[in-house]
Design a binder for this molecule. Structure first.
Ligand code: G4P
Length: 534
């Protein structure tokens, strides 16, 4: 039995119990630690420390390269599934570095909710703010975890005010911290009237839970020092007066976020947060698509690719496409239709990502993420169905902000370089433009670190030394228009024209003035900074 009715009462049990979410945070706020505790309480790992090793590796650049090198599909996997009580949690990893914001954006199209982790001493930091804005574009429900309460942190009201003001969202306290820093003893669970006490001696132990009968219950005085009880009573009373109460609908619509306080490293507050995700996090939601929306409870299977990871095993040149199941009950060996090419595709070896291992997925339900190994047929934005020509929408490709020319270290290898670049373009790791005039390729990325990662991967995975050099162009725009208008536009601007890996026309320039001029001189041409993946 699920303990909480949700907003889609007709969902089959298997779908209703799924919670698919991502964690967003500023580096260092505690995402890795929290992930590890989720997996620990979800029974997916036996020991704390397994995720940490990876988290640390992620921090330095050289280690990051190393991680790219030995991309084992362990915890650096893009999706992890584990059970919590009667629920199945699918946690989708968002790349931590801001250079990968496009990837992050797409990842957020594959989840139904996000957990926002903030550091209690630092409050809302730049990366949190950016990621939050992305969630807001989709009205994604957000649950907040204020971490590191075992350290000196800000006043609770200040933290809540800051989030409300900076992010323009209502915050409702799900728990209230008692004491702070060295004095921090635990939280008052405002939703369930419980006292949760932290065990500093054992970092992996779930807190002791004491049922309380309202704030006046003398049990509070038995368990807490008098000054802390007095402060707690005063603050909770004020909070109830000043802050909005929990409104489940507002949470589901992304206008309100419940906040839990805790300390991930001490496993404190994590169980309550998980219960919160189960109770208030949305079930699998309908997916926008053309010509019609896809509802999770539909019998027929549909899903879409939001990420492609190539060469996970460099020896085999395989690629794994990550598919978010939008509807139905998938079974291994099912024959699906690859809508873009209209070709059938039998999915014989789908993978389910269980924390430290990958396993063959015998079945999957709407909400789940499965990996499909393939040889390049599957691209970001692709839809798979049981036959109907549905196309999932809303997975954008952004115009890159940095452009460089890629040249093969060995000029005789430029065909090989082209192949490697095209693969990365399909994976979504970079934009690759082939200019109409001149040789070489122009590679576009969103963050500078991506050039280094690309160069390292091209060398490692294809054995090709590559040089990235400054390009004469700094901006790229996709050009759209009818055939006649587009031909006239291309003819008049040949030195600026290139094609992307889908063959679409791209206008390259270094001047905003040029873009304005095109808009004036070629009114039938539409220059855009995003392109819908299809
Ligand atoms: P990230 O993935 O968001 O970047 O953060 P991560 O979990 O790696 O945590 C960043 C640092 O914060 C780590 O310390 C981690 O131990 C610490 N941390 C996480 N949760 C808590 C908490 O609840 N309380 C306190 N006091 N610290 C916390 P580090 O020094 O970088 O690593 P380590 O030496 O502890 O391993």
């Amino acid at each position: 039995m699920l303990d909480h009715a949700q907003n889609r009462p007709d969902l089959p049990f298997e779908i209703a119990r799924r919670r698919t979410f991502a964690i967003i945070s500023h580096p260092d706020a505690g995402k890795t630690t929290l992930t590890e505790k989720f997996l620990l309480f979800g029974g997916a790992i036996q020991m704390a420390g397994q995720v940490r090793a990876k988290g640390e590796a992620r921090r330095t650049r050289s280690d990051f390269m190393q991680m790219e090198k030995d991309r084992g599909i362990s915890v650096s996997a893009s999706a992890m599934s584990f059970d919590f009580k009667t629920y199945r949690f699918n946690l989708v990893d968002t790349p931590g570095h801001s250079d990968f914001s496009e990837d992050t954006y797409r990842t957020l199209t594959a989840v139904d909710a996000a957990v926002m982790v903030i550091d209690g001493a630092k409050g809302v930091e730049s990366q949190t703010q950016k990621l939050f804005e992305v969630c807001r574009l989709r009205d994604l429900p957000i649950l907040t975890f204020c971490n590191k309460m075992d350290r000196e942190s800000r006043d609770t009201f200040d933290i809540i005010d800051e989030i409300q003001e900076n992010l323009a969202i209502d915050i409702t306290p799900a728990s209230w911290p008692i004491g702070m820093g060295r004095e921090f003893v635990g939280c008052y669970d405002m939703l369930n009237d419980r006292l949760e006490l932290m065990d500093r001696a054992d970092r992996n132990k779930v807190a002791a839970s004491i049922e309380i009968n309202g704030l006046d219950d003398p049990k509070l005085d038995q368990h807490l020092p008098a000054p802390l009880v007095a402060k707690l009573r005063e603050e909770v009373e004020m909070a109830r007066e000043l802050l909005p109460g929990l409104d489940r609908q507002a949470v589901l619509e992304g206008h309100m976020s419940p906040i839990w306080f805790g300390s991930a490293i001490n496993s404190f507050g994590v169980k309550e947060l998980m219960e919160g995700i189960a109770a208030y996090g949305p079930q699998p939601q309908p997916q926008s698509a053309e010509p019609r929306q896809i509802a999770p409870e539909e019998d027929k299977v549909a899903g879409f690719v939001f990420k492609v990871q190539a060469n996970m095993d460099p020896k085999h040149r395989d690629r794994v496409a990550f598919l978010r199941m939008a509807s139905g009950h998938f079974k291994r060996g099912m024959k699906l239709t690859h809508v873009r090419s209209k070709k059938p595709m039998t999915v014989t070896n789908p993978v389910l990502f269980l924390a430290s291992d990958r396993e063959l997925a015998d079945e999957a339900w709407a909400g789940d993420i499965i990996g499909i190994p393939n040889h390049g047929q599957l691209r970001i934005g692709d839809t798979l169905t049981e036959g109907e020509a549905l196309r999932v929408t809303g997975i954008p490709s952004f115009a890159p902000e940095l452009l460089q020319t890629a040249r093969a270290g060995d000029p005789l290898k430029s065909k090989h370089l082209e192949k490697a670049l095209m693969q990365f373009a399909e994976e979504g790791a970079a934009k690759v433009f082939k200019p109409v005039f001149g040789s070489g390729f122009i590679v576009g990325v969103v963050g500078a670190l991506q050039f280094e990662v690309l160069a390292s991967r091209i060398e490692l995975e294809y054995g090709l030394p590559v040089r990235f050099e400054p390009s004469q162009f700094t901006s790229a725009r996709w050009a759209q228009g009818d055939r006649v208008a587009l031909d006239a536009f291309i003819k008049a601007n040949q030195a600026h024209i290139a094609h992307d890996n889908d063959g679409d026309v791209v206008y390259l320039t270094r001047l905003q003035w040029d873009i304005d001029r095109i808009e004036r001189d070629f009114p039938d041409i539409n220059l855009t900074a995003t392109k819908e993946m299809m």
